[in-house]
Design a protein around this ligand. Structure first.
Ligand SMILES: NC(=O)c1ccc[n+]([C@@H]2O[C@H](COP(=O)([O-])OP(=O)(O)OC[C@H]3O[C@@H](n4cnc5c(N)ncnc54)[C@H](O)[C@@H]3O)[C@@H](O)[C@H]2O)c1
Length: 339
């Protein structure tokens, strides 16, 4: 070796992670971040029919470009889950779920099967394959009955939807596996996530859809409900930091510490698009929370994380994405999604 030539440091060890729900809104964004950081990602999704497969395939397409990404069409409630574990993963980001508060009232059994039994199936596989680390996406819906801001230490005994119960039960199951078998686990409670490729059953997607198409936007209540709208990139950053930090068992809020009224969001969307939102009023839904707002003291302390994107910036970026993809969106959703 000639003198003066620098020997490069050995490549530092990067893990192979399993991401469930990888074709979903948040799962696909998280997968992208892990791939950009050099991780190997085994992604699974079963294209749950809650909303169109074609939309999920659009999210998957850019992930397929990465040599370190492998996708399996696997239902995590099934025995086929073992196939993904056989890839030799060292940790799980369990992001997949049946999401959606109102649909859970109609199909509570399905929500329990996927969100509770599915989580148990993953935990059992972790034991069989000696995988010790899991991060699970949970939800602010669990805080029903409390006055915001919501703190992780609050009792969560008054859920108001089967979805919230299914997530709370999954959190508890993971705690059991932590206690009995030493599984290390972080539970992240996400707060109303929005942004490009957003979920079509959520208010911000529907507001833009209405402003672009003129179709009716279903408003439940008077618009004074308040939410900790959290931009997807901020959620991804919090999730990435959390995964790298997993130690013991912790529940951590990943949400905005500033809340907004839905009325205010409607105005912002109208200003950005330059069209009115065609609001159609319905009664406030009993399974919805009137207000959500995250206390993020714990995320700041443990992860040194706080959201960076203002609602103005986040809505602008979502608008630009809608504008660029409007033709595709309209083709996949010829009418306002009825979910
Ligand atoms: N979007 C939000 O505002 C929000 C808020 C709080 C919590 N969360 C949680 O974050 C996670 C991701 O939510 P999202 O908004 O990306 O939802 P999403 O519906 O877009 O993504 C979930 C993905 O999981 C997949 N999936 C469902 N059942 C499956 C199964 N049995 N096997 C394999 N894959 C399956 C679906 O096909 C879907 O692609 C969920 O756990 C959700 O409960 C989301």
């Amino acid at each position: 070796m000639p003198s003066g030539v620098q020997i490069p440091p050995p490549p530092f060890f990067l893990e192979k992670v399993l991401i469930t729900g990888v074709a979903g809104f948040i799962g696909s964004a998280i997968a992208r971040r892990f791939l950009e950081e050099g991780f190997e990602v085994i992604g699974i999704d079963n294209f749950d029919p809650y909303y169109p497969k074609e939309y999920k395939e659009i999210r998957l397409k850019p992930l397929m470009e990465y040599a370190k990404f492998k996708f399996f069409n696997i239902d995590f409630t099934s025995d086929k889950l073992e196939r993904a574990f056989k890839e030799g993963i060292s940790g799980v980001l369990h992001i997949g779920a049946k999401a959606g508060v109102r649909a859970s009232i109609e199909y509570p059994e399905k929500y329990f099967h996927v969100n509770v039994y599915g989580t148990l199936n993953i935990l059992k596989c972790m034991l069989r394959f000696g995988v010790k680390k899991i991060l699970m996406a949970s939800t602010s819906s669990i805080y029903a009955g409390h006055k915001p801001p919501f703190v992780e230490s609050m009792k969560t005994d008054t859920p108001i939807s089967p979805y919230a119960v299914s997530k709370k039960t999954a959190e508890n199951l993971i705690y059991v596996y932590h206690h009995l078998y030493g599984i290390e686990a972080y539970i992240l409670r996400y707060f109303t996530v929005y942004g490009p490729y957003g979920r079509p059953d959520m208010s911000i997607f529907k507001l833009f859809y209405s402003a672009f198409s003129g179709e009716e936007f279903p408003l439940y209540g008077d618009g004074n409900q308040r939410r900790s709208f959290t931009y997807v990139n901020d959620v991804v950053e919090g999730t990435f930091r959390a995964y790298k930090n997993i130690k013991g068992y912790e529940i951590i809020n990943i949400g905005n510490d500033k809340d907004e009224s839905l009325k205010g969001i409607i105005n912002e969307v109208e200003n950005l698009v330059g069209n009115k939102v065609n609001v159609h009023n319905y009664n406030f839904h009993k399974a919805d929370l009137a207000e959500t707002k995250a206390d993020i003291t714990k995320a700041k302390r443990i992860l040194n994380w706080k959201p960076k994107t203002s609602i103005k910036q986040g809505l602008e970026r979502t608008y630009l994405w809608f504008n660029e993809y409007w033709k595709d969106i309209r083709r996949i959703f010829p009418k306002m999604p009825e979910i």
